[in-house]
Design a protein around this ligand. Structure first.
Ligand code: PMV
Length: 327
């Protein structure tokens, strides 16, 4: 593979099941219509340039680029059945070169930008017939570089696309993904800076689990149950939009009890609900980060987005993203 290759992969919005997925409960998410694009130009050495939207390189360097390239090389060889025994000559050994990365997704905004990078790289370095399940396995391996123990949801949504319901069967293994049906609705989606990263938030829940196992496990079960209740697969009919929205409110209440929300996030969500959203919740690890509000009509979307902008002004916070999507 000595010619330029380009691939893009979408970001994700986790709809239900954050944190409880870590304990094996089901989760539901949807791929965004926002993408991260990678262009690989073969060369003698590895290098990478990140772009901020346009053609201006980002100021922040790619974290630990050399370690990442070593991880990428190992992962691609490992995914070649003949590669491990003959790694120096493996036909699957990725050709080094320059990677240019453009993203419509805010980095570290809770929309799965690192998973989208891994999914795009899996596509580039695992050429041949399109095989999203094989790409998912590679992307998941790559994602370990960014998140010690990823659940596989982000890379699953990025490689498979659409709306997916995830079920976990064996700890440490990728979940099973099934395409699922959601009510037809509009989501106002936003993200605010995070006070804490995913790892610390997951650790915080683990600590709660040690300190008060019964209550915390009950919360996880409830979050899992809420996630299951909105999941319609195969020929099942999706729940209606009002049910979906009130389920989001119920999940948000539990996430708040677990101290995964923040006062700002709560204020944004209640501002959005007062402006006409039927419900909403944080999305992803919490501590700030991504959130969504459920609207029935496009007219409601405009009012809700305006209310969010006003609330952000009051809170003196700049959103890292604010957009709407039709589901
Ligand atoms: O890091 P985020 O915001 O994409 O979401 C992580 C979701 C968790 O359930 C908290 C962790 C996981 O790996 O599922």
């Amino acid at each position: 593979m000595n010619r330029e290759q380009r691939a893009r992969a979408p970001g994700k919005l986790l709809l239900f099941g954050e944190h409880s997925a870590v304990y094996g409960y089901p989760a539901v998410g949807v791929a965004l219509d926002r993408y991260l694009t990678v262009l690989h130009t073969p060369g003698a050495r590895w290098s990478v340039t990140l772009y901020n939207g346009g053609d201006t390189p980002a100021r922040e360097p790619f974290p630990q680029a050399d370690r990442f390239f070593a991880h990428l090389t190992r992962t691609i060889i490992r995914c070649d059945p003949a590669g491990e025994s003959n790694s120096a000559h493996s036909t699957k050994r990725p050709v080094p070169g320059h990677l240019q990365v453009w993203s419509d997704l805010p980095i570290a905004g809770g929309f799965g930008s690192s998973a989208a990078l891994c999914a795009a790289l899996a596509r580039i370095f695992h050429p041949g017939e399109y095989n999203p399940i094989a790409d998912w396995a590679i992307a998941h391996e790559l994602e370990h570089f960014f998140h010690g123990t990823p659940s596989g949801i982000d890379t699953g949504l990025s490689t498979l696309g659409g709306a997916q319901a995830f079920s976990f069967f064996r700890p440490g293994e990728l979940p099973e993904a099934r395409e699922c049906r959601l009510p037809s609705m509009h989501l106002v989606v936003g993200s605010i800076p995070r006070a804490t990263d995913t790892k610390s938030l997951v650790t915080g829940v683990r600590r709660r689990m040690e300190d008060s196992p019964d209550t915390t496990m009950r919360y996880m079960e409830q979050l899992g149950e809420l996630s299951r209740s909105v999941t319609a697969v195969a020929d099942q009919s999706p729940v209606d939009v009002a049910t979906f929205a009130s389920t989001a409110n119920a999940a948000q209440e539990i996430l708040r009890e677990l101290e995964l929300s923040t006062p700002t996030l709560d204020n944004l969500l209640s501002g959005g609900r007062e402006a006409g959203a039927l419900g909403g919740k944080l999305s992803g690890a919490g501590g700030g980060g991504a959130f969504y509000l459920v609207c029935e009509t496009e007219a409601a979307v405009d009012r809700v987005a305006e209310a969010i902008r006003e609330a952000l002004k009051r809170e003196q916070i700049t959103a890292t993203a604010l957009f709407s999507m039709a589901v």
